[in-house]
Design a protein around this ligand. Structure first.
Ligand code: SF4
Ligand code: SF4
Length: 379
């Protein structure tokens, strides 16, 4: 996508440049930051001017390219079906090629590799007895779950076991992440190389259930775009839990929970009904004002927590304000990144819980978090 001569990309950039800002209301980044330079039209126009050689590529001129989580909400309101979230990724790759990464992402490829090493060792030490290189159904917890939500991994395994899915194995691999952050950081070549290695690790499985909404999108769509084929069927963890939830007959533990749709699940992966189906076996599911295909991003995508941490946190706070205003409650979500972002920004009245953990809690399925807890190093 960093090839701006590609007709489709150039056309999108031209359309946005001359658009009367029809999707400006839909961008959660500009809404949270309050900055005009962060609305989709201005970000796309900035990239177009750089593409056309009407400005130099500097940290300042490229800054708006990083003010996007890729949430695709603008696309939902675009008559042309333009994809700023994806086109801006090509701009980031072009900036990195020109030696202008975001200042917060300098040396990111080395940092990513070191994090992979740390997290795959952590997964091995916490869940080594459950790892395998082949099987019917593999489970890919993803980097943020290993880093910040190891109890959620334990809960998922306990729910699998309780619902007759004892055969589910965690995919054993030297990688912890399927690579979406590399795309978001503009490292497309490294992403392609990494994708090939993840696809090889999944080769022994017929189906793989993934926990991270952005990496599910990356594996399903961006791997193929880079010429990397995945032989396993790749689904969301919610897709596996939904049919299994019927085996969790139990007394209701609470009346209702809210469900937050991760934007990558709702607008790229079509994972909308399965988490609701899984939860509704155990509890009434309440809808947030913006939900399903119109969900609002929690701020976790696009590496925004690294490039614009205050804005990313503000997006999570905005997302939960409605629940707080209604008296509080439990908010369940089905992506480790969303769970982490929402948890760290939740007011005292709101409890944020990962889907598998919510199902374990609501069905009184016991699970034991691994000793040592989560590290959440700033890498
Ligand atoms: S994405 Fe569509 S609605 Fe938004 S600025 Fe571009 S052309 Fe306009
Ligand atoms: S993809 Fe989301 S964050 Fe990016 S410009 Fe569109 S609405 Fe804004």
């Amino acid at each position: 996508m960093s090839d701006f001569s590609a007709d489709a990309v150039a056309k999108q950039l031209d359309y946005c440049t001359f658009c009367p800002k029809m999707c400006r209301h839909a961008c959660p980044v500009s809404t949270a930051s309050g900055r005009e330079t962060h609305i989709p039209q201005v970000k796309m126009d900035r990239l177009n001017q750089l593409r056309l050689g009407r400005g130099s590529w500097t940290a300042e001129s490229t800054d708006p390219l990083w003010a996007c989580t890729g949430c695709r909400h603008c696309t939902a309101y675009c008559d042309h079906g333009n994809e700023p979230g994806l086109v801006l990724l090509s701009g980031r790759a072009a900036a990195v090629e020109r030696g202008v990464p975001h200042p917060a992402l300098v040396g990111y490829s080395e940092r990513f590799r070191a994090r992979e090493k740390r997290l795959s060792a952590q997964l091995q030490s916490s869940f080594g007895d459950r790892l395998a290189t082949e099987g019917e159904l593999g489970y890919w917890p993803g980097c943020d779950a290993i880093d910040k939500g190891s109890a959620d991994i334990a809960a998922a395994l306990a729910v699998f076991d309780r619902t007759g899915l004892e055969h589910v194995k965690i995919v054993e691999a030297p990688q912890a992440c399927a690579g979406y952050p590399l795309l978001a950081a503009g490292h497309r070549d490294l992403f392609r190389w990494h994708a090939g290695r993840v696809a090889a690790a999944m080769r022994g499985f017929k189906k793989v259930a993934m926990n991270c909404s952005a990496c599910l999108f990356a594996v399903r769509e961006q791997y193929a775009a880079e010429g990397v084929q995945v032989s396993a069927e790749v689904v969301a963890v919610a897709d596996v839990l939904a049919p299994a939830a019927a085996n969790l007959a139990c007394q209701m533990q609470r009346k209702s929970v809210y469900y937050h749709d991760p934007c990558y699940h709702a607008r790229y992966n079509d994972v909308i009904e399965s988490p609701r189906k899984a939860l509704s076996q155990l509890v009434e599911v309440r809808e947030l004002g913006w939900s399903k295909g119109d969900t609002e991003c929690c701020g976790g995508g696009g590496l925004l927590p690294k490039t614009m941490p205050l804005v990313a946190d503000q997006m999570s706070k905005r997302r939960l304000a409605e629940v707080h205003a209604a008296g509080g409650g439990m908010v369940v979500t089905s992506c480790a990144t969303c769970a982490f972002m929402l948890k760290r920004n939740a007011p005292a009245s709101v409890e944020v819980v990962d889907l598998a953990t919510a199902m374990a809690m609501l069905s009184q399925t016991p699970f034991t978090p691994p000793p040592g807890g989560d590290v959440d190093a700033d890498d």
